[in-house]
Design a protein around this ligand. Structure first.
Ligand code: G3H
Ligand code: 13P
Ligand code: ZN
Length: 328
């Protein structure tokens, strides 16, 4: 059975100094691009589904697409690809329960915007139901800036995780992994120009460094416990440049430098969430395709290179950022 929980994956990742990529899926081409990369590189994988993705594609379609990827790996590569099917940013007990009942092996309950005690109470409720059903739970402490599943969190309302809270939170909730806020942020515009410096040669924004001091203190207080980073797209500037060159408008889109994510993956961070970079790879490829072939109108003509662009981007992440190639 290749749909698994992240328990064993995270233990090996922690000990091995690498992280598992958690990629958001919304349709067939995205599932295929990601899983083809993971199959080729023998990489363990987390495919995650947001509430918005579930509303867009329906639970059953996404579940069946992921099951198809598992079957395809077995049939075409003779490989039992281990995949975690995860709910990203669950905001209620009912949503988490529905995903658990519908075959997911992992859920996130994200009520980090609530006061500490209320976050503990709802997380504990989800953990009890999930563990009774053999499912693992990711929780969150601290609030990331950016767009988080239809919720906009301004930079002023975001807050770093307080390391002094993590032990009590994990002990009292029984959660299996913890997402923390150390300066990452959701979306393709992670920082305002005022938060960055500017590279004098390229004119591109240079973001402020992640708060590794917070990560280190969290890791000291929770030895061996898997930490999760959300908002970890790097917003590759080659995609942004293609999008802008072919009629798009994404000025000052900026992400997290890959070497900082690699550094986090060497330590306590076992899961790194990537969605925006998938969107950018697909959009850049499709915009370029239409620029070069304005007469095309068959979706297969532009989705074939789009899917290949996702695959190439994911391969790069698995090897150079996550370090999880060959670990399945
Ligand atoms: O963290 C949010 C993910 O990028 C999912 O985004 O809610 O637009 O599907 P979404
Ligand atoms: P990005 O927007 O940086 O890709 O973050 C995705 C994410 O955290 C999904 O939960
Ligand atoms: Zn997220």
């Amino acid at each position: 059975m290749a749909i698994v929980t992240s328990k064993e994956m995270f233990r090996k990742a922690y000990d091995g100094g690498y992280a598992i990529g958690a990629f958001n899926v919304n349709n067939m081409e995205i599932v295929q691009g990601i899983t083809e990369a993971a199959i080729e590189l023998r990489a363990p994988l987390i495919l995650q589904v947001s509430k918005g993705a579930r509303n867009y594609a329906k639970h059953v379609y996404l579940m069946k697409l992921i099951e198809a990827a598992v079957a395809d790996a077995e049939q075409t590569a003779g490989f039992d690809l281990p995949i975690v099917v995860h709910l990203d940013h669950g905001d209620s007990f009912e949503l988490c329960k529905s995903c658990i009942d519908g075959g997911f092996s992992s859920v996130m309950i994200d009520r980090s915007g609530l006061p500490f005690e209320e976050n503990i109470a709802i997380t504990k409720q989800v953990v009890e139901y999930a563990h009774d059903h053999g499912v693992v739970v990711e929780a969150e402490l601290g609030t990331l800036a950016g767009v988080e599943d239809e919720v906009n969190v301004s930079a002023e309302d975001s807050s770093y995780t307080r390391p002094e809270d993590v032990q009590e939170f994990v002990e009292r909730t029984g959660c299996d992994s913890l997402a923390i806020a150390i300066g990452t942020s959701h979306g393709a515009y992670k920082f305002t120009a005022a938060q960055c410096t500017r590279d004098p040669e390229t004119g591109k924004l240079v973001p402020p460094p992640l708060r590794f001091d917070i990560l280190d203190e969290v890791a000291q207080r929770l030895p061996g416990f898997p930490i999760v980073l959300h908002g970890s797209s790097s917003v590759p500037q080659e995609f942004v440049d293609i999008i802008n060159q072919y009629g798009g408008k994404m000025p000052d889109a900026v992400g997290i430098p890959e070497e900082q994510l690699r550094q986090a993956a060497r330590g306590a961070v076992c899961k790194i969430n990537i969605d925006s970079d998938l969107r950018l790879a697909l959009t850049a490829s499709i915009r370029k395709h239409f620029g070069d072939h304005p007469e095309h109108f068959d979706p297969r003509q532009y989705l074939t290179p789009g899917r290949a662009a996702i695959k190439a981007m994911v391969e790069h992440k698995l090897i150079n950022v996550l370090g999880c190639d060959g670990k399945a």
